[in-house]
Design a protein around this ligand. Structure first.
Ligand code: SF4
Length: 425
């Protein structure tokens, strides 16, 4: 495995401007300033890189759309809002590899013809903000930002905008609202940001991790990037291992690495020594997997076949003896709380589901109420301005399918099965 983003010993501080330069940093930018923007677009498109923020959209295709939009004013937004529960990977990249992200942003701006870049950073990540501010100052002093970069007609400024602490604030169009000074609420789409984004101008929005791969892709070529990962989703990606493994934290591995290898080899297995009952492989909106699915390749296709999702690679493991109903209860409450209430169908769906799961958890509900969840999801489908409206359904329906005994225990015994064994999830 050849790391592309986490190239420095994670226990050895952050990568300084000098260290990044010694690794070949900003060489890609210096070279393409002579070759032209098309060289960047060709490299990124040829690499097959997909967005690492959770949607997995082809990065090169998005960049091509933005580049094709006419007009002298365009923007690039690097999304480091990171409000996905449990995810740490954007924080790690922003704190430890600020120049890698910044060079990726500069290359993107050059490729699409943007003149201003905004780094939208989780407002609680004080160290990331400080490091990125320093990186912007260093890159400006070195002539990689500012007027007529490298003696070309390309000019670019970069600034940081703190992202609010709300789940929907990490949605791309909500980020644009926040940067424009309004409440971070998702916009109706279309138009998509590449057509009419920040201040109504064409805007490229990508997750910060996505930008961090770009300098190496441009420097080494698309085929080099494709040596790792899968045909459908080349390269490496960052996975966040949860607190209940022996070695929690962020690891970089090829896309398609078996889930079992990530947990047992890189995470050291469960710290408790218990068996694995279930896994949410891609955050709270992914479907639960059972222990029989542990050899699944961590890629979008194989996970979709099992009713789950890759998301942004943040994992949650439910241990033997723990109760899935407790995890589902937490998820249902989370989405009800985080719905921004702009769309009546979303508000109805998330609040109704939360009430159903709450009554099941308390033992006052019925199995017929659980049967309503897929119907509520089907009614709400397509009626929201962002994807949150469809997020509660996969974890809830997969949980009831895989672990009916946990739900039956709550409904029939009016108690949690884990309370008599090992604790909740
Ligand atoms: S779908 Fe839900 S979270 Fe998304 S904009 Fe509508 S109300 Fe807000």
């Amino acid at each position: 495995m050849e790391p592309i983003v986490l190239t420095k010993d994670p226990t050895d501080g952050f990568q300084t401007f000098e260290e990044y330069g010694a690794e070949g940093g900003y060489e890609a930018l210096r070279r393409v300033l002579a070759d032209g923007p098309q060289a960047v677009l060709d490299a990124v498109e040829g690499s097959g890189l997909r967005g690492r923020g959770g949607a997995c959209f082809p990065t090169g295709q998005k960049w091509r759309f933005a580049a094709q939009e006419p007009g002298p004013v365009k923007y690039v937004v690097a999304n480091g809002g990171e409000d996905e529960p449990g995810s740490q990977k954007d924080r790690v990249v922003m704190e430890k590899y600020p120049h890698k992200i910044l060079e990726g942003i500069i290359l993107a701006s050059y490729a699409i013809g943007a003149t201003e870049a905004v780094l939208y950073v989780n407002s609680e990540y004080a160290q990331a903000i400080t490091r990125l501010e320093s990186a912007i100052a260093e890159a400006t002093r070195a002539g990689y930002l500012g007027e007529r970069i490298g003696g070309t007609a390309f000019s670019l400024t970069a600034r940081i905008h703190p992202a609010p602490q709300e789940y929907v604030a990490g949605e791309d169009s909500a980020a644009l609202e926040a940067i424009e000074g309004r409440r971070a609420l998702p916009r109706q789409k279309p138009p998509f940001p590449t057509t009419a984004g920040l201040f109504g101008k064409p805007t490229l929005v990508n997750n910060v991790e996505t930008f961090a791969y770009v300098p190496a892709i441009v420097q080494n070529g698309p085929n080099w990037f494709r040596r790792q990962g899968t045909d459908d989703n080349p390269g490496t990606m960052l996975f966040t291992l949860p607190a209940n493994v022996r070695v929690p934290g962020v690891v970089e591995l090829p896309v398609g690495t078996p889930l079992r290898e990530i947990i047992d080899v890189h995470g050291g297995g469960l710290a408790s020594g218990r068996g694995i009952k279930s896994i949410l492989p891609g955050g709270p909106s992914s479907g639960f997997l059972g222990a029989a699915d542990l050899d699944v390749a961590m890629d979008r296709g194989p996970l979709m076949e099992r009713g789950s999702a890759l998301g942004c690679g943040v994992m949650r493991i439910v241990e033997e003896g723990q109760c899935v109903v407790e995890v589902v209860h937490e998820i249902a409450q989370f989405f009800a709380r985080e719905s921004c209430a702009q769309c009546p169908a979303c508000q109805m769906e998330t609040s109704t589901i939360a009430k159903i799961i709450d009554s099941v958890q308390k033992g006052t509900g019925t199995s017929q109420m659980l049967d309503q969840i897929p119907k509520i999801g089907a009614f709400a489908k397509g009626k929201g301005m962002c994807s949150l409206i469809s997020m509660p359904i996969p974890p809830l329906t997969s949980a009831t399918r895989l672990f009916p005994e946990d739900f039956a225990f709550h409904l029939e015994q009016h108690a949690c099965p884990a309370a008599t064994t090992l604790g909740t999830g």
